[in-house]
Write a protein that binds this ligand. Structure first.
Ligand code: CU
Length: 145
């Protein structure tokens, strides 16, 4: 009985470790994400850390990272967010959050935030920074296998 319980705990512990995928993305003062794409497996837990490695103040060069639902284009979403009133202090209006899987808040120089979510069904999912004017440059794709 003791052995059964031990092996159950061991299996459970190794499964939960195996299923967490850690990704780090940075954004800088030239409006670039360092990672334009990354890959995860459907169903695994994703811990995505986004760091603003720039020096320009947040009000002029803040960044966020917004992972969009399947089929939502980063460009179209960036325009929609602007139309909904996205600005330099609130880059992600509540009214557009229905298209979002997960998002960091707007980060200034040297700030970082880690967001967690479960990788959805296989497919390509675009991510974007919605600070006004950045969505044309700051885009990428999460490829779920
Ligand atoms: Cu940005």
């Amino acid at each position: 009985m003791k052995i059964c319980l031990l092996s159950f705990v061991t299996i459970f512990a190794s499964l939960s470790f195996a299923e967490t995928k850690k990704i780090t993305v940075t954004g800088n003062d030239t409006m670039q994400f360092d990672l334009k794409s990354f890959e995860v497996k459907s169903g695994e837990k994703v811990e995505l850390t986004f760091k603003n490695i720039g020096k320009i103040p947040k009000i002029a060069m803040g960044h966020n990272l917004v992972v969009l639902k399947k089929g939502i284009s980063a460009i179209a979403f960036g325009q929609k967010a602007l139309g909904a009133g996205a600005n330099a202090t609130n880059a992600l209006p509540d009214s557009v959050k229905g298209d979002v899987i997960a998002a960091t808040k707007l980060l200034g120089p040297a700030e970082s935030e880690t967001i967690s979510f479960t990788a959805p069904e296989p497919g390509d999912y675009e991510y974007v920074c919605t600070f006004p004017g950045h969505f044309a440059m700051m885009r990428g794709v999460m490829n779920v296998k």
